[in-house]
Design a protein around this ligand. Structure first.
Ligand code: SF4
Ligand code: SF4
Length: 393
């Protein structure tokens, strides 16, 4: 029988889910134009897992070797059982990270998180100006975020800020970093928008130009030189401006496992956008079956499924052909090489998107914010803007 350490089998040698992301709810008081939740999230909101089902999922994943736990949403703090989930995660030996907009974080709750053993809180910030913060989230949350940042710091947590970068705030990167420094941030992730979910719908409005991106990188490097190791700054380059794709999720079904609000088990956030796949659900299948046996998790594991040009490419081990969702959403073919790759026959779709973002007619189209009303339309089959991407020449 396997040796158990905190419930984890010590002799696991095959691929195991090291990271578990618990997307505990799709409800959110913010309406970010770049939200990474699925556009049709509304159809997954009716049936959230109960506290007990979450705790069982945490336990099962831990037995399989998961050690890092992200608790996200939507806004996880809209659930009133996060304290209980956090405490259970701590007992199970997870390193836990609450990923939040800050809305709903109170002194009482943060105290309970501290006592329950939550390791880390990641707060999203949007800009140095109230105007852009409130515009891009379609809410009035600017002052609240600063208060929450101080509260997190005050409770002795490392200050970890995540700032999604897009056309509206990319010119303020230097000031955003100064604000982070003033708030006492230890880590800042400048996450250039990647185009999935709502950000794909709003791509022409959100995408910066190549020049803006280069300038933001220059400002980031200048800031790094000034502050040295006092604050770690990650600048995540957007896929579209790269020549090779990323090894998406570090490989499909290699280390990441996501359990969504309604219990679907996914290898990546956007996987449900892919055609012809049925994902397991914790209500019907155990996580072990989902990870090891389910057809969905095995579909794009490894390299056997690759087709040309990836199959005979000498770089395939580095990126495994890139992101399946990006390939499908842009080219209509889930098995194609990620169009980001300059060796892909679909790279022109990326170049056209970059060009589109310079076109004032497209750039000035109204943003479609993440709202329940808009999501209902997508859930009912309104895919007009996304479908346009497939029909690009
Ligand atoms: S990106 Fe914005 S709208 Fe989406 S879940 Fe996060 S805070 Fe909510
Ligand atoms: S052709 Fe495929 S495997 Fe080769 S670098 Fe491009 S995406 Fe990666």
């Amino acid at each position: 029988m396997a040796q158990l350490n905190n419930g984890v089998a010590a002799n696991i040698t095959q691929k195991q889910p090291l990271w578990l992301l618990a997307e505990v709810t799709y409800r959110c008081p913010l309406h970010c134009a770049f939200c990474y939740n699925p556009t049709d999230y509304d159809k997954h909101t009716k049936n959230e897992l109960t506290t007990e089902q979450w705790i069982n999922a945490l336990r099962d994943a831990r037995k399989m070797g998961a050690i890092q736990l992200g608790i996200s949403g939507g806004e996880p703090l809209l659930r009133d059982d996060i304290e209980e989930i956090v405490a259970e995660a701590h007992k199970l030996g997870y390193y836990s990270n609450l990923i939040t907009s800050g809305v709903g974080l109170t002194e009482k709750r943060i105290q309970a998180f501290k006592e329950g053993g939550l390791d880390h809180i990641q707060l999203s910030m949007h800009d140095i100006t109230e105007e852009i913060n409130n515009f891009i989230t379609n809410t009035k949350t600017f002052e609240l975020k600063k208060k929450v940042a101080a509260m997190i710091k005050g409770h002795g947590y490392p200050m970890v800020l995540n700032v999604v970068i897009h056309r509206y705030n990319i010119g303020h990167v230097d000031k955003i970093l100064e604000m982070a420094e003033a708030l006492g941030a230890d880590y800042v992730e400048l996450a250039n928008t990647q185009y999935y979910g709502w950000s794909l719908v709003n791509r022409s409005q959100l995408m910066p130009t190549r020049e803006q991106l280069a300038e933001a990188e220059r400002m980031t490097n200048a800031f790094r030189e000034r502050v040295g190791n006092k604050m770690k700054v990650f600048f995540v380059v957007p896929d579209y401006f790269a020549e090779r794709p990323k090894k998406c999720m570090n490989g499909w079904g290699e280390v990441f496992m996501i359990v969504t609000a309604n219990g679907d088990v996914l290898p990546c956030h956007s996987a449900r956008s892919l055609p012809g796949l049925t994902f397991p659900n914790v209500r019907e299948n155990g996580l072990e079956w989902a990870w090891k046996e389910s057809p969905a998790f095995n579909k794009y594991r490894g390299m056997d499924w690759l087709k040309e040009p990836c199959r005979s490419c000498d770089e395939k081990e580095k990126d495994l052909g890139g992101c399946r969702c990006q390939a499908y959403l842009l080219s209509g073919d889930a098995e194609a090489a990620d169009p980001v790759c300059t060796k892909s026959p679909h790279r022109h779709l990326i170049d056209a998107a970059i060009k589109d973002s310079e076109n004032p007619l497209l750039r000035e189209q109204p943003i479609i914010f993440r709202t329940d009303k808009n999501s209902k339309k997508y859930a009912e089959g309104d895919r007009e803007r996304v479908d346009q991407f497939h029909s690009l020449p």
